[in-house]
Design a protein. Structure first.
Length: 262
């Protein structure tokens, strides 16, 4: 397959502690898949007490940047390789995130919500907690945090918008999601069109088709991302993603130097 104008802008590295394969292997996979470029967006450092096993440590940030720069040099002229982060929005940590983002010249920063309070709701180890929750209230709480991420002015896009559906717990209402899209649009953010959902129990990309349509109608652009944690996942289902976006009049963009391109 050749997708010569497309970037995969959501890729991880082994530094996060739960990805396999070396960064150059992700780049090689993108080249073989026919992509124009990639942006590494590994899980950003956070305070030591937050989600420590699932992200690089602050002391590893320079190593991460150097590894990506090495891949940029190796693939120069063949593949456009960019430097980004997937940063978390968790109330009270905004100052820490702001410090991390000031350290290096990032191309793209995804803002993701992975926790409701102390509960890592997308961790398979803790999915039993869904049985104890009212889903309408859960999604209302989640989208309030998404709105906080959009208002924080820290991020370029919102990651995997409807992530709580990962294990099959779909939003029973939908109104909180639409309100969050209004806030995302008002603050000029993009959405991570995340194809990893097609690899999860929900078997549906993030965002869901109705939210893709709602986002497109609000003028919110999409950034393609496989959320790859292994080289074989690079560019996963991108042809399907592009069709779904274009079918509802949506626009695909990418980022360079924190500026939207395309």
């Amino acid at each position: 397959m050749t997708l010569p104008h497309l970037f995969d802008s959501h890729l991880h590295t082994p530094l996060c502690g739960h990805a396999t394969g070396q960064p150059r292997e992700y780049a090689q996979a993108a080249l073989e898949y026919g992509l124009a470029g990639i942006c590494f967006t590994d899980h950003s450092p956070m305070p030591a007490w937050y989600d420590a096993p699932w992200r690089m440590k602050r002391a590893q940030l320079g190593e991460y940047v150097q590894v990506v720069q090495d891949v940029q040099q190796e693939f120069a002229g063949r593949l456009d390789v960019r430097l980004g982060l997937e940063a978390d929005f968790h109330p009270g940590t905004e100052g820490y995130v702001r410090e991390v983002l000031a350290e290096y010249p990032w191309d793209y920063v995804i803002g993701s919500v992975h926790y409701l309070g102390a509960w890592g709701f997308d961790n398979p180890e803790f999915k039993g907690e869904y049985d104890q929750r009212d889903l309408t209230d859960l999604y209302r709480e989640y989208y309030a945090l998404v709105e906080g991420a959009a208002r924080s002015e820290l991020f370029d896009s919102i990651g995997h918008l409807d992530l709580p559906k990962k294990f099959g717990h779909a939003d029973p209402d939908g109104m909180a999601a639409l309100h969050a899209l209004d806030v995302i649009a008002a603050h000029g953010l993009a959405l991570d069109f995340n194809t990893a959902g097609w690899r999860k129990p929900i078997n549906e990309a993030y965002p869901a088709p109705d939210l893709v349509r709602a986002a497109a109608s609000r003028g919110i652009p999409f950034v393609l991302g496989s959320d790859a944690h292994a080289p074989a996942e690079v560019g996963y289902h991108f042809a399907d993603a592009v069709k779904e976006i274009h079918d509802v009049g949506g626009v695909v963009v990418r980022f360079e130097g924190r500026e939207r391109v395309g």
